[in-house]
Every structure is written in structure tokens, then in C-alpha cells.
Design a protein around this ligand. Structure first.
Ligand SMILES: [Zn+2]
Length: 498
């Protein structure tokens, strides 16, 4: 059967819609030594194809077979953080030139933008500092016992900053922002959101540079974590939440990281995890989407219950020789699961995508016994794809029967459905609430260099007989938008018969 184009084309947002011209460019361009070459982790770039083909998602890979590294004595942190060598400025003289200083504990900001726009920015960084330390751990103290503070230059007119010496002639050129030690420079941005985002991005680089770890060499991590922390919401009282998943386009005006990723996916330029770990500074300079990919990987790992702690343990790992291999080793024990979930994440990525509820519990699998034996299980309405633990061979016939009532929404009142779904709203061309199936091949069984793909989605409803289109494990879910799983409740009782 050959209808694979239906699934991703229905799932992925139109490349013409939404953020379009509002997507801002690369926040900063930096130069550093490329990561040292290491033994090959994975061979080919992920390519998601949307043409006619019996498999919808394709990935060629080699799997790294390595041990998980342990913390060693060499991981011990130095006693002091990077020395603060920021210059002192003549504030009165700068004020006459139209550049004013706004200061909080963590940020000293020099800018010529509207004071109403500038005033709230330093306090934002004071909130951010707690988020950094919560993730990376406490900075070592300064040798001179000074508190951590960075200086930012937010420029509406670069000429004024050049003339007053705040924008050094020796500073390499940049399109949007650049950092060096405890200082950063950035051009003013057309949207309030992206002005704050870029400021937080560059300041995160300053914090990471002050860490006793050369994270610059691991470029996906250095840029991805800056994007990760900078993606924020702000309430009416000025309270920020950092490292959030963008829940809509309008609240993150000018960001467009999801669009950058999806545009690559649609163009057949999707990246698998190993490809992201291999990104170089030149890649970031040439492809704006690298910021989207590195953000997506950091956000995915940090939000996923199985990988969160490992992302948070990366600092000592990236300090070691051959950091790319060290990072891959950290994920080696469940590399096949990570690759599989990454593909499903890319297939369904949208604003507000619920990474935590879409996380997959990979059960041990066994074939469905012959005869009349049925496998019974429940499928939670508030989760993504769920393994049945049933393995099937291509061409196997399966008889699936589902029953039960569950809720697809809580407000304004519980919206109750049964496994056939409710034909008021549709997602992927199927009613919300309808029981769906896919077959997910075992990625670790795919020989190196060969293509990997999940099956098309199979509509089940109350009862269906289906023929397995590929060999793999049967997964089920209740149809719903990937950003609306949180308000679902209840489960479907399922019987799978041969
Ligand atoms: Zn950057």
C-alpha cells in the first residue's frame, strides 16, 4: 500500500503560513576551533521524504557502540571563574551622546533605544541568572570576589557606539549579536520579543563562557543552550519563564525556530541527532537553520524525562578531549530509542508540542501468539504514541478492538469521546479521539546505511482488521493535536487479536 504522503503533509504546517518574513536571522556568529574529528558516529543525514513510498520517514544510521563515561578526577572544577576584564566607561559623556546606562545586579546595559523599552531589560537578566545556575550549577567565585555581571551594548545607531568607542573597531563583524567574555553587543530588533530573546541569548553565552568549561568547541550545545534559555514568556508583572516551548507564533514574534526546522524537514534537509552533534561553526555561519536544530535538540533532551538529567550532566563531558564522541557515548545505551523518538518528534513538531506527554515508553516486544490469544492493554488518551509490546511481520493480519470513554478536553466542560472519535474536530484527516496505529521498525536492526521508516498511520476506531505494512512494533494513540494532550483524561481498553 502506498499512501505515505498523506501523513506528514497533513501534520506539518504549511511552509507558506505564519512566521515567514518574521523569522530573525542568526543571533550571533562566532569563530572557534572546530571540534576535533572523531570516529564516525553516524553516517548519513536524516531525510524525511514526502513523496509516494511505502515508508514515510527515512534515516540512515550507524549506531555508536560505546560505554557511558563516568565522572573522573579530571572533571573537578577550577577554583575561580573567568576573570572579569570589562572596561569602565564615562557615563556622563556617553549620556551626552545619547547612550544611557541601565543597571541591575547581573546586567549593565548601555543603549540608545527608547528608555521605556530599555528600563525593564536588566531585571530580566537577574531572573535568568537563577535559571542558569539551576541548570549548570553554581559558578565558581571570582578571584576578586566580585559578583557576576555582564555588560551589554544594545545599539539602535551603531555609529554612535562606534564613535564613543563602545563598539571596538577590532570586534569582528556580526549581523545581530556577538559576545566576548563578560560583554555582548547586539543590534536593536524590530520586535519586543526578539530584542529580549537576543539579549538573553548573548548573555547566556557570557555565562557559559565564564564557566570553567570550554563549551564553545561543542557548538550545537553552546548555541543550542543559548537559544534554549532565551526562549521565554513574560507575564504582565514582568515575571519571566525561560526555556519554554513556543506555544504560538504571535507571542514569540521574530523567533521562528520551529519554522526553520520544519522548512528543512519539508525540503528533505532534516538532521538526525548525530548530524546535530557534528555541526561546526561554519555550518552555523552558513545555515541559519542550525540555530533551530540545535535549539530543538536541547529543548527535546531537556524536556524528555529519559534524557533530561543527561543534558544537565553535559558540562563536565564537553570539557574532555573529543567532546562530540563523549556526548554520543552518554546516549549510547538508548541511542536507537533516541533516534526513533527524534524522528517522531520531527514528524509532529508544532507550536506547543508536548514533548513530555509524547515521550515513549519502549517496552520489551514479542510476537502476537497464534490462535485465539489476545493481548489486552490500555491506551492513555493524554499521551502520544504508546508501544503495545506486540511485534509484527510485514503482511501480518491484526484484529484490533477498542472500547471505553475518555475526555479530550476539560473546559468549558469535559468533552467525552469513544474510540471511533468525535467528528466535530479533525487532526491528520481523522476525527479527534479516534484510535490510531502505526508500525515502528526496530531501528537497531536496520543495517548501517539502509533506510529506516515508520509506517503510515492506520485508522482503527472501535474495531478494525489491518495488514501490517512493515515489520516492527505496533504503536497506538488516541488522535489529538500534539499541543493539546494535557487536558485529556482516561484511557481506551484495547484487544489485539491475530
Ligand atoms: Zn549565539
Amino acid at each position: 500500500m502506498c499512501d505515505s504522503s498523506k501523513i506528514p503533509l497533513n501534520v506539518l504546517p504549511s511552509p507558506l503560513g505564519g512566521e515567514g518574513s518574521g523569522v530573525r536571522g542568526a543571533p550571533c556568529v562566532f569563530r572557534s576551533e572546530h571540534p576535533k574529528p572523531s570516529r564516525q558516529l553516524a553516517c548519513a543525514r536524516l531525510g524525511l521524504r514526502f513523496g509516494c513510498g511505502c515508508r514515510v520517514l527515512f534515516l540512515a544510521l550507524l549506531i555508536s557502540q560505546s560505554i557511558v563515561p563516568s565522572i573522573t578526577a579530571a572533571d573537578a572544577q577550577p577554583a575561580f571563574r573567568l576573570r572579569d576584564t570589562r572596561p569602565k566607561h564615562d557615563n556622563a559623556k556617553l549620556a551626552k551622546a545619547g547612550i544611557h546606562k541601565y543597571e541591575s545586579k547581573r546586567l549593565c546595559l548601555y543603549t540608545d533605544i527608547d528608555p521605556n523599552l530599555a528600563q525593564p531589560l536588566p531585571a530580566l537578566l537577574d531572573q535568568m541568572y537563577d535559571a542558569w545556575e539551576s541548570h549548570f550549577g553554581k559558578l565558581p567565585p571570582a578571584e576578586d570576589k566580585s559578583a557576576f555581571q555582564v555588560t551589554g551594548y544594545l545599539m539602535k545607531s551603531r555609529d554612535i557606539f562606534r564613535d564613543t568607542g563602545l563598539l571596538p573597531q577590532a570586534l569582528p563583524g556580526f549581523s545581530h549579536g556577538r559576545h566576548s567574555g563578560y560583554e555582548f553587543w547586539m543590534n536593536d530588533q524590530p520586535t519586543d520579543y526578539y530584542r529580549r530573546h537576543l539579549l538573553l541569548h548573548e548573555a547566556t553565552h557570557c555565562f557559559m563562557t565564564a564557566l570553567p568549561t570550554n563549551t564553545v568547541a561543542t557548538v550545537w550545545y553552546f548555541e543550542g543552550m543559548a537559544e534554549f534559555f532565551a526562549t521565554h514568556t513574560l507575564d504582565g508583572n514582568g515575571r519571566a519563564k525561560f526555556a519554554v516551548m513556543p506555544h504560538d507564533r504571535d507571542s514569540f514574534s521574530g523567533l521562528g525556530r520551529i519554522k526553520l526546522v520544519l522548512d528543512d524537514v519539508i525540503a528533505g534537509q532534516a538532521k538526525d541527532v548525530a548530524s546535530i552533534l557534528s555541526l561546526t561553526p561554519d555550518d552555523f555561519a552558513k545555515q541559519n537553520s542550525c540555530y533551530g536544530w540545535s535549539w530543538a535538540l536541547c529543548k527535546f533532551l531537556d524536556t524528555h524525562p529519559r534524557y533530561r538529567e543527561r543534558l544537565r550532566s553535559l558540562l563536565p563531558v564537553v570539557r574532555r578531549p573529543d567532546p562530540k564522541q563523549q556526548v554520543a557515548d552518554l546516549f549510547a545505551k538508548d541511542w536507537p530509542q533516541l533516534q526513533t523518538e527524534w524522528i517522531l518528534f520531527l514528524t509532529n513538531l508544532c507550536h506547543g508540542y508536548d514533548i513530555e506527554r509524547a515521550a515513549i515508553d519502549f517496552k520489551p516486544v514479542k510476537p502476537l501468539a497464534s490462535g485465539t490469544t489476545a493481548v489486552k492493554l490500555s491506551v492513555a488518551a493524554g499521551r502520544g504514541w504508546q508501544s503495545t509490546g506486540v511485534s509484527v511481520q510485514e503482511g501480518d493480519m491484526l484484529h484490533i478492538i477498542a472500547s471505553g470513554r475518555f475526555a479530550l478536553a476539560k473546559e468549558p466542560k469535559p468533552w467525552v469521546s469513544e474510540p471511533q472519535g468525535v467528528s466535530i474536530r479533525y487532526h491528520q484527516g481523522q476525527p479527534l479521539g479516534k484510535l490510531l496505529a502505526i508500525i515502528v521498525p526496530d531501528i537497531s536492526q536496520v543495517p548501517a546505511g539502509q533506510q529506516f521508516g515508520t509506517s503510515k498511520t492506520l485508522p482503527i476506531g472501535r474495531e478494525a482488521e489491518v495488514t501490517a505494512p512493515v515489520t516492527g512494533t505496533l504503536f497506538l494513540r488516541v488522535n489529538d493535536f500534539w499541543n493539546e494532550l494535557a487536558d485529556n483524561a482516561g484511557e481506551v481498553a484495547v484487544e489485539i487479536r491475530p
